[in-house]
Design a protein around this ligand. Sequence first.
Ligand SMILES: [Zn+2]
Ligand SMILES: [Zn+2]
Length: 184
Amino acid sequence: MAPERVGAEPAACSRHRTVQTYLRCSRCGTPICPRCLVHTAVGARCPSCGSERQVRPAVGFVRLMGATGAGLGIGMLAGMALAIIPFGGLAIIPLLLTGLLVGEAMSAAARRRGSWLLALLAFACTVIGPILGRGLLVILLSPGVDVAVRAAVAVEVALRSFGLLGIVLLLGAGVLASTRVQNR
Ligand SMILES: [Zn+2]
Ligand SMILES: [Zn+2]
């Protein structure tokens, strides 16, 4: 329990004018009496400050890694699927959908606790995931060649298969994904 803020002089409670009190709201400093104070994790508060939504703790490291794994996995699968099914200029729809999916999955994995770091990771997963997925596809579809050589060629081939428009769309999908992981 955080210590309650106490005024040096007694003051009339802001809601009960006849009651003198030493207690102050830990946020706005308004005099509060025992009848109207609201206990919160950060101390006693006046009814208006106490009813505001509590600040939730940040997402833990393990959960953040889980969310990243989920986002990257979905991004890679989407990249593979989009390589098999040619969408052409219509790729904007499945790519934006990928961004939405990645964002939603990561938000759910992080129990809807958004942060700037999660938003950044969602952006990265949406942009890098499909490229990695397509690179993996290149590796799988070119057997016989040395793995190290294939891996090196794969990313380049994957990047080229998306093209400039595809990369721009991926960046857009990434921004969309990052907006899906906000606190709510
Ligand atoms: Zn207050
Ligand atoms: Zn009062």
